[in-house]
Design a protein. Structure first.
Length: 64
């Protein structure tokens, strides 16, 4: 028999992850992580000279 697959630890609390909620151990930890993304505690850095040539220019909102 092979050894059981060890799941990584939950990134929020360190408990073993639940396969249904991977990589989190609970809905609570999943919600905490989502809240951190939505409140800008987590950010993905980008360089200023990054080429956005394939994107159309941003449009200004139309006034009503």
């Amino acid at each position: 028999m092979s050894a059981p697959v060890k799941l990584p630890a939950c990134p929020i609390c360190g408990k073993p992850a639940d396969p249904k909620l991977k990589p989190f151990c609970s809905e609570r930890c999943s919600d905490i992580d989502l809240g951190r993304w939505l409140s800008d505690r987590y950010v993905i850095p980008a360089s200023e000279d990054e080429d956005d040539g394939d994107l159309p220019p941003a449009r200004k909102p139309e006034s009503e």
